[in-house]
Design a protein around this ligand. Structure first.
Ligand code: BES
Ligand code: MN
Ligand code: MN
Length: 465
């Protein structure tokens, strides 16, 4: 099938370019930071903004409200094509905090165009990418008054903070409201500029916070130094014991027990992907790469579990030198998991190990934050094929890859809905998600809108077969 079937909509997209960009900018102006309770009203305002946009596009919408501290799910549907497949589009309207704000070139919530780049918090993760789904549907409806297939949207506001509301909803709903023939997710990057990827594996996660407590106050480091265990020294020691510095292997007993090794074809396909180590180092500003021995960089990032400190605190942080033995120290430590590691089991192994290596004279408290289950997805079937071809119509045929990031709800979708889940991102690997000056290439925004248009048009043909 040629691109002809979509030409009518493509023309409209070209005509409406500017307004599609302006709408995205309005969306990005709302600081919907779900991890920070101070932004609660903004997150709620963002949900309502999105619902309005969906309603205006011609969808039936509702906010699935939550009790307690969670954020509403924005739900929308258009089911005017009986007998045709139904596609569920997933995205998230919440964003990461903008800190450190002083490193941004502009206000993170005043989206700024720099050539092809749209710079703002959430530009690519995930407002820009998931808004492309909506604009495609809106463009088709505006042009033709109907869609070739049925669509549903579920957009959550807690992806960046653990995704509890959607998790509970999907399990409780048991796939009633969300029943679909496939789920389409754009919350990831293409393999390279012009080279899309179909992601068939996401990592899971265990996120822990450790607090090590020693004396009942900060002490004079001369009067007491040498007599007790310094809790920050103890914390440093324990962190040092998490990973073998020579082999890069995690030392938590049992950590690798349930790891499913890569298959031969995966190692081959990954090895065949173009990977420029020097450019990779340069882009992130490091001199060398390091990781688990026996694996390539892509294998380490995509298919091997990791354990890393995200933040560490305690002791004197002010200017100059203050001579103390701190009363306590703490760290946030996360582990990225691969199939079939079980987050609950890993959490327990982590706690047991830290307790077992704690030096005398300190107490160790360990608290668990959110978890996510690792997932592996099917990459075959007519709907997957339609999506691959749609991406090819706009860019190139996607390569099959795995990913080091997590999208917690994907594992649940996969279990409960039991249909193909298409992880097809429109972003690029240098989009700086979670970092200052996050950006989305404007050409990729329009490319995404076209790709989704093609996907829906191609599905029409699939369902006639
Ligand atoms: N969109 C990302 C996940 C992602 C990043 C997928 C890069 C593919 C490429 C998502 O918003 C995210 O940041 N997820 C968190 C989940 C966590 C808070 C449970 C992550 O991976 O850290
Ligand atoms: Mn995301
Ligand atoms: Mn994110």
């Amino acid at each position: 099938m040629g691109n002809d079937t979509s030409q009518d909509v493509f023309k409209r997209i070209d005509r409406e370019k500017e307004s599609y960009l302006e709408e995205l900018k309005d969306y990005l102006r709302i600081p919907s930071i779900s991890t920070d309770p101070d932004y609660r009203d903004e997150v709620l305002r963002c949900a309502e903004f999105l619902r309005q946009k969906m309603e205006t596009a011609g969808l039936s919408t509702r906010l699935l409200e939550t009790e307690g501290p969670g954020y509403p799910l924005v739900y929308a549907e258009w089911l005017g094509a009986p007998g045709k497949p139904t596609i569920l589009f997933y995205g998230h309207y919440d964003v990461q905090p903008a800190d450190p704000v002083e490193l941004w070139r502009h206000d993170p919530f005043e989206p700024t165009v720099e050539g092809d780049l749209l710079v703002a918090r959430g530009a690519t993760d995930d407002k820009g990418q998931s808004f492309a789904h909506l604009k495609a549907v809106a463009a088709i409806l505006a042009e033709r008054g109907s869609l070739p297939v049925n669509v549903k949207f579920i957009v959550e506001g807690e992806e960046e903070s653990g995704g509890e509301t959607i998790e509970q909803f999907v399990v409780k709903d048991d796939g009633d409201l969300l029943a679909a023939d496939a789920v389409f997710v754009s919350d990831s990057a293409m393999y390279g500029p012009g080279q899309p990827s179909l992601i068939y594996g996401l990592k899971g996660m265990v996120y822990m916070e450790v607090k090590v407590t020693g004396p009942n106050r900060d002490l004079h480091s001369g009067s007491f130094g040498g007599a007790i265990t310094n809790p920050v020294n103890a914390l440093g020691y324990m962190i040092g014991q998490l990973r073998d510095p020579a082999t890069g292997r995690i030392k938590i007993p049992g950590f690798y027990d349930d790891v499913v090794e890569m298959e031969d074809w995966e190692r081959k396909e990954f090895a065949n992907l173009p990977f420029d180590e020097a450019a990779y180092c340069q882009e992130i500003g490091v001199t060398d790469l390091f990781g688990e021995e026996g694996f390539s960089t892509l294998e380490r990032v995509w298919a091997r579990p990791t354990c890393d400190v995200n933040g560490i605190f305690g002791g004197y942080q002010g200017k100059g030198a203050k001579t103390i033995l701190p009363g306590w120290g703490g760290a946030k430590i996360s582990m990225r998991l691969v199939p079939n590691q079980d987050p609950d089991k890993i959490e327990q192994q982590f706690i047991d190990y830290l307790r077992s290596i704690a030096p005398v004279g300190v107490t160790v408290e360990v608290e668990a934050h959110h978890n996510a289950v690792p997932v592996r997805l099917e990459t075959e079937g007519p709907i997957v094929e339609a999506a691959m071809s749609a991406m090819e119509d706009v860019w190139k045929r996607p390569v099959r890859v795995r990913e080091g990031g997590s999208i917690p709800i994907v594992a649940t979708f996969s279990q409960v809905l039991n249909v193909p889940i298409l992880l097809l991102g429109f972003g690029l690997s240098d989009d700086r998600l979670h970092s200052p000056n996050e950006k989305f290439n404007i050409s990729n925004y329009y490319g995404g809108i076209r790709a989704v248009t093609r996907f829906l048009d191609r599905l029409d043909a699939v369902s006639e077969k």
